[in-house]
Structures are given as structure tokens and as C-alpha cells.
Write a protein that binds this ligand. Structure first.
Ligand code: NG6
Ligand code: CA
Length: 507
């Protein structure tokens, strides 16, 4: 009897042992089947800015190669026509217009996300991913009144990223320093940084007081502190050794991204590689300066394309290209003059940054939010062009479905089969945002409700899409949104209004 009990205990233990072994084996197999995920995200790159989207004035062979070997979406959207809300929408899976603070932020703004909110990196972390952001952040840092000489928190590392190497806001906003895991990189403690968006620091030169120091001219805004001869938004003092070199920014982010890949390839990773081009100030490295013939804006697009090529080469050299899903897109539509007199307007020639679309950055028209959108996964995605509507808001739920996590509570929906080219049934309806206002894309219809205010922004020379009347466009026949059908297509308009109200949660 006694022996029997011992024996069955032994058997039980043995079976637990094997079960444990089996399940850990199953887990590691599962972990291996999870692809790395990289979002390559450009800043202000327009629908017409790439040769794979029809540009002829410049060639972007490396990004074209992703489009050729993956899916090029004709109807891919950012959530907003400006950066902060757009990135907020993509990373959280929540419509940015639900958060009234999701608008273009100054460099001193506190973190826009809450640390309890769901995010792509947080969700993937739960699924065993390593996570990192390299590049432009622009979602706020700290909890207000940040001391840039101490640990800056909360930030990316508190919303799901294990590692971060970022610029706080934009290339044209102070502080003009890189921040690595919450600490300003290369800061000399004897030369502390101070930042202020209201008042200058005594004795510090600005674009207005010392125009002779400028190497780049400003057109509107951008007349505060001067860094590297470039006038910025906001005032900054100190931090000399930490200041970035603008012409090196592309290679700084690229090198970090490449090193990340090299040092994290043993386990699945999520990398949000947020490049700064072609946002202002456009500062190509010597290798690309003057190369496009379109001025610095064209030059930095060539530079960004080169970075994409180098980055993909690294994935290939490290032997993980076939286990890496790449999503390539942009945060909002294009603009030529965004505050600096940098020849972008004068040299654009026949190049149309928004392609056939109307409007651009800041606009409710399609040029504001319809952007290049490419998915690439060597050997897994069958190459092609898709007209399905895809939306950056849906990346969260789509990635979740891929990795096994299904319980996503947000506006984000799973369109994984569409992103993979296995289905052409994209979103039917989505809400787009520009400067706090919203519009609806439903199937082939685009509806903009009436809004007061200027229809045109003279500074940036962009149609904003606002009108005191309802606007309804049939994108199937009129992708350039020239013909307002609101008064002739009453039934369709009523349907769009109903869907819009339903999505927005209004009466
Ligand atoms: C605007 C800036 C513009 C750009 C934009 C943010 C002025 C006059 N204009 O306020 O230059 O920085 O903010 O762009 O200051 S975004 O892509 O990050 O949304
Ligand atoms: Ca942007």
C-alpha cells in the first residue's frame, strides 16, 4: 500500500515534469512564430511623395522595393492631419478626437497618454515582445514643469516601450536634444538645460534679436531660440554638449535602429522607428544635399529612402528579414512651406506632394490624412496593390490578433487579413481629424460636416476643407474632391451623417 502511494506520487510528478517540458517547448515554438514588427513612420510624407505612389520628380527605390515586395495600399489613412493626434491614435488605438488634449504639443507638454492606457507596445510586451521607440516622439513627457536635467518621467518607457531614444517633440521645437530612456543624452551637468515656451532667457539670442546668426530663414513662427543657425519654436538655454546636429539626425536614428535590431534579434521585438523627414527644418546630410533638385524637402525624402534601404539591409544581414513584418506609413499629409523659407515652394516644379489628393497637412480634405501605407513581410505577404481601406488606428487590434491577444477595448479593429493581403474587405467607415474637426470616409463617400472658420491657411498655402455647407464627395469618380454632391445626393448624405453621428457617439 505504502509503496503504491509512493509509486503513484512518482508517476504524478513524472507526468507533471513532462507536461511542463511540453508546454515550455510549445511556448518557445510559439514565441518563434511571432514575427518582429517594425513600424517605419515618416513625418509629413505625402501621398504623392514616393515614386511607388506616382511621383516622377524623385525616385525612392528602397521604399518602392517594400511596396513591390509587399502590399501597397491605395486607401491607407493616418488618424489625423497633424502629428500628435495622429501618433496618439495609432499607438493607443483610440480616436484622437476623444482626447481634447490630443493636438500639436509644445516641447514642454506633459505626457498625453495615461500610463494605464492600452498601447501597441504594452500589448505586445504582454505577448513576450521586446519594445523600443527610436525617433520622433511628440506625445509629451513628464507631468508638467519638467526639469530636463533629471530623469524625465513618465514618458515612452512608462507606456510600454522597454527602450527609447527620442526627440521630445519636433525638429523645429526645443529642446533640441536626444533623450535616451528618460535622460538627456550627452548632457554636461555643469551646463544645465532650461526650456521655456513663453519667455526668453536673458541675454540669449533669438531669430528676432540676432538675425545675423541665422543659416536658415524663417517664414512664419519659428523665430525664438537659434540652434545650429536654425531658428526654433520655444526658448532654450544651456545643454551645449547635448544639442543634436541637425544634418546628423537621420544617421543618428538609423544607427540606433540598426543596433537595436542587432542586439535584440534573439527574441521577438517591436520597433517603432519614427523618422523625422520631411518635416521642417529640412536638413539633409552632405550625401543628399542638393541631390533631388526639389530643394531640401526633396533631398530629405531621398535621405529617408536611403535610411529605409540601410535598415532593411540590416534586417537581411542579421538573418531576420523573413521573420519581420514592416509597416511603412506617414503621420499626416504634406506641406511645402511649414514655417521656413527653404525653397520647398520655389523648387517643387511639377512635383505634387499630395499626388492627386486635395489639401495637405492640417486639412480635412484627403491630402491631410490619406498617406502612403505599405505592409511588407518577405515570403509571407504575397505582393500586390490593395484598394481596401486601411487605418493606422487598427494596427493595435490587428497586431493583437496576430500575436494571440484578442481582448482589445478601443476604437481599433482587427484587419490583420487585409494588412496581410489575404482579404480585400477593409474598413467601411472611419472618422478623420484635423485641428479638432472631423470628417467621415464611408465606402467611396467622403463627408465633411459644416464648419465655421477660414477655408484656406495662407501661411502654409493649404485648403483646410472647411465650409459652412455640408460637403460630400464620391471618391470613386472624384478622388480630387472637386465636386460637392451634398445637394444632389441627399440620400447618401443622410446616410453618411447618420454613420458619422453614430461613430462619434452624438445624437
Ligand atoms: C506648427 C508649426 C509647424 C509644425 C507643426 C507641427 C508654426 C507656425 N508652425 O505649429 O512648423 O511644427 O506645428 O507639425 O509654428 S507636426 O507634424 O508635428 O504636427
Ligand atoms: Ca507630422
Amino acid at each position: 500500500m505504502k509503496i503504491n502511494t509512493h509509486y503513484s506520487c512518482f508517476l504524478l510528478l513524472l507526468s507533471f515534469f513532462y507536461l511542463g517540458l511540453y508546454s515550455s517547448k510549445a511556448q518557445s515554438k510559439e514565441a518563434k512564430s511571432k514575427p518582429n514588427i517594425v513600424i517605419i513612420y515618416l513625418d509629413d510624407l505625402g501621398y504623392g511623395d514616393l515614386s511607388c505612389y506616382g511621383a516622377t520628380a524623385l525616385q525612392t527605390p528602397n521604399i518602392d522595393a517594400l511596396a513591390k515586395g509587399g502590399i501597397r495600399f491605395t486607401d491607407g489613412y493616418a488618424t489625423s492631419a497633424t502629428c500628435t493626434p495622429s501618433r496618439y491614435g495609432m499607438l493607443t488605438g483610440q480616436y484622437p478626437w476623444r482626447n481634447k488634449n490630443a493636438k500639436i504639443l509644445p516641447g514642454t507638454a506633459p505626457l498625453l497618454l495615461t500610463t494605464t492606457q492600452e498601447t501597441i507596445p504594452k500589448m505586445l510586451k504582454k505577448e513576450g515582445y521586446q519594445t523600443a521607440v527610436i525617433g520622433k516622439w511628440h506625445l509629451g513627457l513628464g507631468s508638467g514643469d519638467t526639469d530636463w536635467n533629471k530623469k524625465i518621467t513618465p514618458g515612452p518607457n512608462e507606456v510600454g516601450f522597454d527602450e527609447s531614444y527620442i526627440m521630445a517633440a519636433t525638429q523645429d521645437r526645443v529642446p533640441t536634444v536626444y533623450i535616451e530612456n528618460g535622460t538627456v543624452a550627452n548632457l554636461d551637468a555643469n551646463d544645465p538645460i532650461s526650456v521655456n515656451y513663453d519667455t526668453n532667457f536673458e541675454g540669449e539670442p533669438t531669430a528676432l534679436s540676432n538675425p545675423e546668426l541665422l543659416k536658415m530663414k524663417w517664414d512664419h513662427g519659428h523665430n525664438n531660440s537659434i540652434v545650429n543657425g536654425i531658428p526654433r519654436i520655444g526658448f532654450m538655454k544651456g545643454g551645449e554638449t547635448a544639442k543634436w546636429k541637425d544634418t546628423d539626425m537621420a544617421s543618428s536614428f538609423l544607427t540606433k535602429a540598426q543596433n537595436y535590431v542587432k542586439t535584440h534579434k534573439e527574441k521577438p521585438f517591436f520597433l517603432y522607428y519614427a523618422m523625422q523627414q520631411p518635416h521642417v527644418p529640412r536638413t539633409p546630410s552632405a550625401q543628399f544635399a542638393g541631390k533631388s533638385g526639389l530643394g531640401p524637402r526633396g533631398d530629405v525624402i531621398l535621405e529617408a529612402d536611403w535610411c529605409v534601404g540601410e535598415f532593411v539591409k540590416t534586417l537581411e544581414n542579421e538573418g531576420i528579414l523573413e521573420n519581420t513584418l514592416i509597416v511603412f506609413s506617414s503621420d499626416n499629409g504634406p506641406v511645402l512651406n511649414d514655417g521656413y523659407a527653404d525653397d520647398a515652394v520655389e523648387k517643387t516644379g511639377d512635383h505634387k506632394p499630395a499626388g492627386k489628393l486635395r489639401g495637405g497637412k492640417y486639412s480635412l480634405f484627403e491630402g491631410g490624412t490619406r498617406v502612403p501605407f505599405i505592409t511588407y513581410w518577405k515570403g509571407k505577404i504575397k505582393p500586390g496593390v490593395s484598394n481596401a481601406i486601411v487605418f493606422q488606428l487598427d494596427l493595435l487590434a490587428s497586431f493583437a490578433s496576430l500575436t494571440g491577444e484578442q481582448k482589445i477595448i478601443s476604437d481599433s479593429k482587427n484587419y490583420w487579413p487585409v494588412l496581410l493581403g489575404k482579404s480585400t474587405k477593409g474598413r467601411e467607415s472611419l472618422i478623420l481629424e484635423a485641428d479638432g474637426n472631423t470628417a467621415l470616409r464611408h465606402e467611396n463617400w467622403f463627408m465633411i460636416p459644416p464648419y465655421n472658420g477660414a477655408a484656406f491657411n495662407k501661411n502654409v498655402s493649404t485648403e483646410l476643407g472647411k465650409s459652412s455647407e455640408y460637403q460630400l464627395y464620391d471618391l470613386r469618380n472624384d478622388v480630387g474632391q472637386q465636386q460637392n454632391l451634398a445637394s444632389s445626393k441627399k440620400k447618401e448624405l443622410a446616410k453618411c451623417i447618420a454613420i458619422y453621428n453614430d461613430l462619434k457617439g452624438d445624437e
